[in-house]
Design a protein around this ligand. Structure first.
Ligand code: GLU
Length: 427
């Protein structure tokens, strides 16, 4: 519902326009950066298990590749739209730029709901998507990865199809592959851990104890590993919100003394849903889906989908909240962002907070292309270094120029891409 009100592409463009105006970028550069360089839309016909043919719609958008090959995930989502993919592709450009890795931005999507597809059907969709785009992706031009509701197995099917078409082994064409099949150790944890590395730095700068409390929206890959590291660091997660598959409704699961992650994982499904009856049996309060945002905690961690902190929900944020670390892509609408700014809540913007995933994807590319794989500790230590230094640059600029953190992150990211565009002689 919110997506129809807040078109994410318009949000991404208005965020860009605001910063572009403050940077006084040339009109030509603005024209290049405020829209994708290339967009692909296609159909994927699949023979379903019942023998009927069903046609799915697929997308790939390459927003900008001035700093390196386009990079970004592929989402399976029943409500996917071209505009959502465009916005996410644009955010990928800023994300790779803010952490200073030599990659551009892209995103892909397929309109489908994997909950209602067998594994064979999902495999056919993955292979069909690659068949339609195999000439336009590749290790030197566009490198996909997992995203919402896609995983390592999907990436491996896609890799296999690409390699069959191109007649060779190209492990650098896709990231998020399973470990042992060209994947990097630590990729699964990387986005969630990255959120906590930058949150740790923010807590230090703001002088807030690491034994703080958090409420999380989401229970997928990002949320789980963020919760894991936050708890390891000494924090307490008092609630998480996620979907109950049986009810097709989201609930907030709360335990004031702190959730037990292993216990919740043991009653969750592979899409990050939790069965409410089993949660109740384990002593969790089952509250409304939107209750995660109302909790009296120090930190809110939206790690589900876009537009979750909006005009309506922003009113429910408790006075106790000091930091919002955006694990999801685009969780805050522009109106809500204004409110956060006025309330002086410290926001770690999405494309900085959740850049750990793509940073580890970059490490995976490096390892795949050199055919030499690192130990897990090495991956985490390099990831921590990258995230910490990206946070430091953004925070320093924010303090120096008295900017809101999102604006400071945009300023750094857009400036770097604009400079690459200029140096290449595109504008
Ligand atoms: N899908 C992730 C993101 O939104 C990772 C992209 C990648 O690894 O290329 O950042």
């Amino acid at each position: 519902m919110e997506t129809s009100v807040y078109n994410p592409y318009h949000v991404a463009q208005s965020q860009f326009d605001k910063i572009a105006a403050s940077l006084e970028l040339d009109e030509g550069i603005c024209q290049i950066l405020r829209q994708p360089m290339r967009e692909y839309q296609f159909t994927i016909p699949i023979r379903m298990d019942n023998g009927a043919v069903k046609v799915f719609n697929g997308f790939r958008v390459q927003h900008n590749d001035a700093r390196g090959p386009a990079k970004g995930g592929i989402r399976f989502h029943p409500m996917e739209t071209l505009d959502t993919v465009r916005a996410l592709a644009m955010w990928m450009t800023w994300k790779c730029s803010v952490v200073n890795i030599p990659l551009g931005g892209g995103k892909g999507g397929i309109i489908c709901d994997p909950h209602h597809l067998s594994l064979r059907e999902q495999e056919q969709i993955c292979r069909g998507w690659v068949r339609q785009i195999a000439k336009n992706i590749g290790p030197v031009c566009d490198v996909p990865a997992p995203d919402v509701m896609t995983n390592g197995q999907h990436m491996l099917w896609m890799l296999d199809e690409y390699e069959t078409i191109h007649g060779g082994r190209y492990p650098g064409v896709i990231t998020g592959k399973p470990v042992g099949m060209g994947g990097s150790l630590g990729r699964t944890e990387a986005t969630g851990y990255g959120v906590i590395y930058v949150l740790r730095e923010a807590l230090k700068e703001l002088g807030i104890s690491h034994t703080s409390t958090a409420s999380i929206q989401g229970f997928g890959n990002v949320a789980r590993y963020a919760a894991e590291l936050f708890i390891q660091m000494g924090g307490t997660v008092i609630s998480i919100a996620c979907w109950d598959q049986a009810d097709k409704t989201a609930y907030t699961y709360r335990k004031k003394e702190g959730i037990n992650l292993d216990q919740l994982c043991s009653i969750s499904d592979r899409f990050g849903g939790i069965d409410k009856n089993r949660a109740r049996d384990l002593g969790y309060e089952v509250l409304a889906g939107g209750a995660w945002i109302e909790q009296d905690v120090d930190i809110l961690l939206p790690a589900a989908l876009e537009n979750q902190i909006n005009r309506e929900t922003v009113k429910n944020i408790s006075k106790t909240v000091k930091i919002i670390a955006e694990g999801a892509n685009g969780p805050t609408t522009p109106e809500a962002d204004e409110v956060l700014k006025q309330r002086k809540i410290f926001v770690i913007p999405d494309f900085l907070a959740n850049a750990g995933g793509v940073t580890c994807s970059y490490f995976e590319q490096v390892q795949s292309n050199t055919n030499y794989f690192w130990e897990k500790e090495e991956v985490f230590s390099k990831l921590d270094t990258k995230m910490t230094s990206a946070f430091a640059s953004v925070y320093d600029l924010a303090c120096q120029k008295k900017l809101y953190m999102r604006d400071a992150a945009y300023t750094i990211a857009i400036n770097r891409v604009a400079q690459a565009v200029r140096q290449r002689g595109w504008a």
